[in-house]
Structures are given as structure tokens and as C-alpha cells.
Design a protein around this ligand. Structure first.
Ligand code: SF4
Length: 361
């Protein structure tokens, strides 16, 4: 294993000023970016694609993000919450298929979740032992709540910042602030979670500079996981009439993420597959190394619609496995059922290798 600092910035991109990095990015063709990212990904994760079983356990949400199909003001969304038994059964089934990581995702419905989640995690841990990783993706909570969930058995937490631009964030997520979100990411790290975040590509009002700052913020936060996906306008939201960017932009940003965060686990997201039939394969080819098959019970899947035309809703998550193996093989990679920690975990003192760079120069 490489233990030198250049490993963390193989192309020395962080030595460039913001403007020079922008120029570098804009002057590279997509093919060139993808090829560079492929090399870096092969050196860090080989040809492995880690699987995470995604359980969307509730689409209740108290927030009103303008881009989101399950925002509280969308009264057309049919609300559901899985029972503890349904979640336990889904995890048991996942274990029998060989899954070593489960992601429990919901909207932010703060009131009853903290206690319920802690109880559920103790039950899940009892079934799985320590071999399995549980990732939570349930939004912003006070630090004590994160501490309780960690104690109860959670290992990882995903909380996207969505955009690094404060005023765009405030416009798109009424009542919330970017700084609070970033504070939550700090809290999660301090509580010992493997922390993941990410952003949407092509939000209305986003500029190329904001997109680049999004990537640099991911590096500055030293994220272990980075989830990105294209903005897709949901018809029952205030952004219904906006247009998404072509898939190519998501692919270029995926490649740049791999170059600037070689250690990160980067999922090829369902949103990319929903924008373009080969969107996930294109992300895998551009340096993504994770897939998250949706193993939510099929009858509930239809109601977790953050964006329209979501793929794989009619299939049972277990049926998706053979389809995903073929898709992964088509880009020369293979599915791995390993727990798949970020390689950052292999370094006892990761911050030794980083200089925290400001996101604008
Ligand atoms: S993006 Fe998340 S927090 Fe915002 S409305 Fe949707 S589920 Fe709720």
C-alpha cells in the first residue's frame, strides 16, 4: 500500500489556485478526465465495486427542500414508515444474500426517530454481530443523538450538503442553513463516524465555479464517502419547470472527485441511472466504486421519489443483483460483498496527510 502524501493528490491539483484548477478542468475533455480517474481508481480500489443494501425506511419529512419530491409540502406524496419488524426482516434477507453494509435512509422527521433508531440499532446489531456496517442517512440531529446512535451500533453517516454556496442553499432549503449542515458533519466526525456527504450536480442557480467549490469542499471535509447525482426536476415541486444538465456533467464531476479524493467511496447513483440508461456504468467508468441496490420492500419503493423516473422500482432489490453484476462487468469491474471501508481508514492519522485548503483562493 502506498503511504506517501502524493497518493492523496496524485496529479498535484491542490497545488493549483482556484482559477488555475478551473482552467485545467475546462481544458480537459471528458474522455481524458475519465481515463485519469480510472487509473487512480484502479490503484486505490482495483476493479472492486462494493455493494450497500439501501433501505428507504420512511419518506416522512419535516423539511421543504425545493428540489425534493418528498418535501413536506408535496401533499401528493403517499407517506409511509417501515415497522421495526419490516426493517429487521429486510436486513436478515440481505445478510442471507451476503450484504455486509446496510444504509438506512429517511427524510428528517426529528421527533420520534432518535429513540426509535437507537432501539432498532441495538436489535440489528444483535442479529448481525460486528462484521456488518450500518450507515444512517436521516438528516441533521443534535450531536447527542448521533452519539446515542453510534453507541447503539451505527458506523457511518451520510449527510449531503447539496451545494457549497450559502445563499443558493438558503434559497433551496428554506429554514435551513449550510453552516448548520457543516456543523453536523463535524459533529459526526467527532463522534467517530465514517462520514459521507455530497451534492447535486446542476441545481438551478448553480455555476461552474460553485460546482468546482462543491468538489473542493468534499476534499476539505476529508469525506470517506461522496454521493453525487444529477438534479432531476420533480413535477410536484416548485422546480418542476427547470431542466437537468446533460449526464456528461455528472460524469466529469465524478472523475474530478476521484482525482481529488482518491481514497473516497463514491457510489454510482440511481439518479444518474435515471437520467441516462447507462448513467451508473458511466459513473463507474469515471471512478465510482460503490453501488447501492434498493432493497426496500417493493410495495413501498414507489413512494420514495426524491426525483421522477426513478429506475428499479418494480424489481425486487434481490433481482437487481444479477442485473447489476452484468452492468458492473460491462465496465471491466466486479461486484464485491466486502464491507468496503474507505482506504482512509487504513491510516492511523489521516490528517497528517492533508493540508486543509480553503475552498476559494
Ligand atoms: S431533501 Fe431530505 S430534508 Fe429535504 S425535503 Fe427531501 S427528504 Fe426532506
Amino acid at each position: 500500500m502506498c503511504t506517501t502524501k502524493p497518493f492523496f493528490d496524485p496529479l498535484h491539483l491542490t497545488e493549483l489556485s482556484f482559477d488555475a484548477l478551473m482552467e485545467w478542468l475546462l481544458s480537459r475533455s471528458t474522455t481524458e478526465l475519465v481515463s485519469l480517474a480510472q487509473q487512480v481508481c484502479a490503484e486505490t480500489y482495483g476493479n472492486k465495486v462494493f455493494l450497500r443494501g439501501l433501505i428507504e425506511f420512511s419518506n416522512e419529512c419535516l423539511c421543504d427542500c425545493l428540489y425534493c419530491g418528498i418535501r413536506k409540502s408535496n401533499h401528493k406524496a403517499q407517506r409511509y414508515t417501515l415497522s421495526d419488524e419490516e426493517i429487521l426482516e429486510t436486513v436478515k434477507k440481505g445478510l442471507s444474500f451476503g450484504f455486509k453494509t446496510f444504509v438506512l435512509q429517511s427524510g428528517e422527521y426529528r421527533i420520534e426517530l432518535p429513540e426509535r433508531m437507537a432501539r432498532l440499532l441495538y436489535q440489528l446489531r444483535h442479529i448481525t454481530g460486528e462484521d456488518v456496517a450500518f450507515t444512517l442517512s436521516c438528516g441533521v440531529y443534535p450531536r447527542e443523538v448521533y452519539r446515542e446512535w453510534k453507541k447503539a451500533g451505527a458506523n457511518r453517516y451520510l449527510l449531503r450538503f447539496e451545494t457549497s454556496d450559502e445563499s443558493l442553499f438558503a434559497r433551496l432549503c428554506p429554514g435551513k442553513t449550510l453552516s448548520k449542515r457543516l456543523q453536523a458533519l463535524d459533529d459526526l466526525k467527532a463522534e467517530g463516524y465514517a462520514v459521507g456527504s455530497g451534492f447535486m450536480v446542476g441545481l438551478p442557480g448553480e455555476t461552474v465555479a460553485i460546482r468546482l467549490r462543491n468538489v473542493l469542499l468534499c476534499r476539505e471535509l476529508q469525506l470517506e464517502m461522496v454521493g453525487i447525482g444529477p438534479f432531476l426536476p420533480h413535477p410536484d415541486t416548485p422546480l418542476a419547470s427547470e431542466s437537468p444538465l446533460p449526464i456528461e456533467e455528472t460524469i466529469r464531476i465524478t472523475a474530478l472527485l476521484r482525482l481529488l479524493l482518491p481514497w473516497a467511496n463514491i457510489p454510482a447513483t440511481t439518479a444518474a441511472g435515471s437520467l441516462h440508461p447507462q448513467g451508473r456504468e458511466m459513473m463507474l467508468a469515471a471512478g465510482a466504486n460503490v453501488l447501492m441496490p434498493n432493497i426496500t420492500p417493493t410495495e413501498k419503493k414507489h413512494h420514495y421519489l426524491l426525483y421522477p423516473n426513478k429506475i428499479c422500482l418494480d424489481e425486487d432489490g434481490w433481482e437487481c443483483l444479477s442485473c447489476l453484476s452484468l452492468r458492473v462487468a460491462s465496465v471491466g469491474k466486479e461486484i464485491s460483498f466486502e464491507r468496503g471501508e474507505s482506504i482512509l481508514r487504513d491510516f492511523s492519522s489521516p490528517s497528517f496527510y492533508f493540508e486543509k485548503k480553503p475552498i476559494s483562493h
